[in-house]
Each structure stands twice: as C-alpha cells, then as structure tokens.
Design a protein around this ligand. Structure first.
Ligand SMILES: [Zn+2]
Length: 104
C-alpha cells in the first residue's frame, strides 16, 4: 500500500488536534479497506471518496485503483495518477462536512 498525505490534510490534522486520535483510527481503517470505508462522491468531486470521522466531519481521499476502475482518472484531480500504483491512497483533506466539500 502506498499512502500519501496532502499538505492540506496535514494542516487540518493539526487544526483539529482534539480529533487527532479519531482521525488516525479512521485513516488506519481506510488503509485496510479503502473501498468499503469510502463513499464515492459525485459532481465536482467525482472520483473522490469520503469517510466520516464523526457526524458532519469527514475525511476525503483518493484510491487509485478506484480512479481506474471507474475511469475517473480522466476527470478527477488525481494529478499524478499515472505514476501511482493501483494501491495508492491519497488523503486529500479532513474537516467539517460543508467545508471539506467546498474546497474542490
Ligand atoms: Zn488516482
């Protein structure tokens, strides 16, 4: 498994320090089961997956095997998708529901 964290994700992790433990637990679960833990997003965020840490607080990530299966790598902002192995997970952002969705 090839795990990548964006700067935005790491910044948010520090910002929501009180949730750090919960976030890390969720990250571990996503790494083990990226498909079943993630809910595919639609519209502008097509190709991304979200997973709730708690109510209205989500993790957004990309899973490159998912990108390819769905052909989403053509429209998704998975910049270096072609250079990533199938088992690459990119953690994009975390935050309150509306905020995290609004970013992309
Ligand atoms: Zn990808």
């Amino acid at each position: 498994m090839n795990i990548l964290f964006s700067d935005a994700f790491l910044n948010s992790l520090n910002k929501f320090a009180s949730l750090k433990k919960n976030i890390k637990k969720k990250v571990d679960m996503i790494i083990q089961h990226p498909i079943s833990m993630g809910e595919p997003l639609k519209g502008n965020l097509r190709g991304y997956y979200s997973s709730p840490v708690r109510k209205n607080f989500i993790i957004i990530f990309l899973y490159c095997e998912g990108c390819r299966k769905r052909g989403d790598d053509k429209i998704v902002l998975c910049n270096d998708c072609k250079e990533c192995t199938n088992d690459t997970i990119k953690f994009i952002d975390i935050g309150p529901h509306d905020q995290a969705y609004g970013k992309k």
